[in-house]
Design a protein around this ligand. Structure first.
Ligand code: KMH
Ligand code: ZN
Length: 272
């Protein structure tokens, strides 16, 4: 099996300080958290930003500040979010891609998101894919529902996505595809064999989906964006303990963990 790539979604757009006091918010706090997860064994950070009030923001200047700290202080692969938060405009959401980070998340279609709709009409997805190509940013294709894999294959035919593709299966969002082993296996059957993939489980499904991903030879995403608990009723005291938890699982399953240099090779990214 390939070495395991651990991605950490450090902050997300929805979690609040009221829910967990350990949530990093400012660019400096987010960069400090990135250093801690790097020390724990992660190789990619998935970034969202918050404004001075803690609200989600896709402001390019906030991303630039955090990216500058993280690039100076670590060798992590930086993946910016183009998802932002529900209700943001396309123009707001795509801003950080123009900073030419190594990766960006790219949702492959619209989906129910609790009581909301996370809106990703295909013309907008195509435009985001074009911006990724222009800035030579590798997209991580976010799949919340099975039809989204088909959308990705259509964009490949249209020349807007390049093989090998890299997918993130986000399972367990309320209103979207449930986090079950059967669903993950079903999705894996749909993707081209040259693809790489990672799996994210929302809330209490994070550890089980990650463990299944490790067993199947895929990669994993952890972090506060998806889950704030270390175990039932016990908050994780930062993102690093969530990485430590995965390191323990991968060590006991004899799956070595990739460094950022090795992760770049596995994902076909240029050396930094
Ligand atoms: N905040 C969610 C509505 C992404 O980062 O690409 C969408 C999201 C996906 O977080
Ligand atoms: Zn995100």
């Amino acid at each position: 099996m390939e070495k395991l790539i651990i991605t950490v979604a450090l902050v997300g757009a929805e979690v609040t300080r009221e829910q967990t006091p350990y949530l990093p918010l400012s660019p400096r706090e987010i960069a400090d958290e990135a250093k801690k997860v790097r020390d724990a064994g992660a190789s990619i950070v998935h970034l969202h930003m918050r404004d001075q009030f803690g609200n989600p923001s896709q402001d390019k200047a906030l991303f630039a500040e955090a990216i500058s700290y993280i690039q100076t202080e670590t060798d992590l692969i930086i993946q910016v979010s183009t998802g932002g938060a529900v209700g943001m405009t396309a123009e707001e959401r795509v801003q950080p891609v123009t900073l030419a980070p190594e990766m960006a998340s790219l949702s492959m279609g619209s989906v129910n998101f609790g009581d909301d709709t996370f809106s990703n009409p295909l013309p907008m997805v195509r435009e985001f894919a074009r911006v990724c190509q222009t800035h030579q940013v590798k997209p991580e294709l976010e799949v919340f529902e099975s039809g989204m894999v088909q959308n990705a294959l259509t964009l490949v035919k249209q020349g807007l996505l390049d093989n090998p593709l890299h997918f993130n299966f986000v399972l367990g969002v309320p209103g979207a595809m449930p986090a079950t082993a059967k669903n993950l296996l079903f999705l894996l059957d749909l993707i081209p064999p040259t693809s790489t993939w990672t799996v994210s489980g929302i809330g209490r499904h994070q550890l089980s989906m990650n463990t299944f991903g490790i067993l199947l030879g895929g990669h994993v995403r952890t972090g506060f964006e998806d889950n704030i608990y270390y175990r039932k009723g016990v908050l994780a005291q930062g993102n690093a303990p969530l990485v430590d938890r995965l390191i323990k699982v991968s060590e006991s399953l004899d799956r070595p963990v990739a460094s950022p240099i090795e992760a770049r090779q596995l994902l076909g990214l240029l050396p930094r």
